[in-house]
Design a protein around this ligand. Sequence first.
Ligand code: SF4
Length: 299
Amino acid sequence: MKVLKRLVSKDSSIKYLFELSDGETVESLHMYDAESKLTYHSTICVSSQVGCRIGCKFCATGAEGFVRNLSGDEIFQQVNISNADCVNSGTIPIDAVVFAGMGEPLLNYENVKCAIHKINSELGINNFELATAGVVPGIYKMIEDFNGKHINVRLNISLHASAEDQRKRIIPLACQYHIPELIKAAVDYADAFDTRVRIRYALFKGFNDTQDDVERLCALLGNKPLKLIVSRYNDNNVSGLAAPDLSEVEEFCRRFDKRIDCGIFYNFGSDIKGGCGQLRRNHADYHLPNSKFNFEKNY
Ligand code: SF4
């Protein structure tokens, strides 16, 4: 596996484009918390698949279709190479690994699990975070596999909508797993690990930012061990969805008025195509006119 591109953002995050042994490419994003505002200060967001089957309408990776799963070692190498880069440049070694790059990690669960154990045993990293578009059986598999273990795997669920029909319009998987069973799985996970599950909500201007959305989210998440994390849609021109200003994201969060636990995720690396799949797509557009993507979209 070799580094094809390494882009450094003005916010110090680093985007890597890796080439795999069969010529496919995947991305990782290293996020450096220079101001020590976050729980972890040197985090890498890794890919678990080449492409993705889920086909979320707002995602550059989803628009390209699915190619293949990454092996446990290919996932491990993304962390290993970036960690060596941190050590060589004198910055903080990686202290947390996030599975929120290209691919749905719970559709490549065994290899992801294998990578988690290898990263833990070889690099001593104990903190992991996994983001799923809502593969409910995978959430219960994680409860089974990590309960009582010393490895900390924080769960994020990409909700991105407050109502079923609205969610189906942007996440095809929503036709298979509905919001109530997703919320139940999130609560079961939080209870099993005595933690809070993060419910991710990318804000799209004029789509999921109304007062009705606020009321529905309060009804769904209130009095549960869940935290709503709102972020600004990382505009990638894949669909007609529009990104709000940061001030609009902040205003949306203020409307919850402490009725539910709510925070904002400030996107890293916007100037270096930090969003999932953006750099790979850009690279493919200009360098791989005969790329091997197949446009399989169905889950
Ligand atoms: S957002 Fe995640 S799950 Fe959805 S298409 Fe993109 S990579 Fe796949």
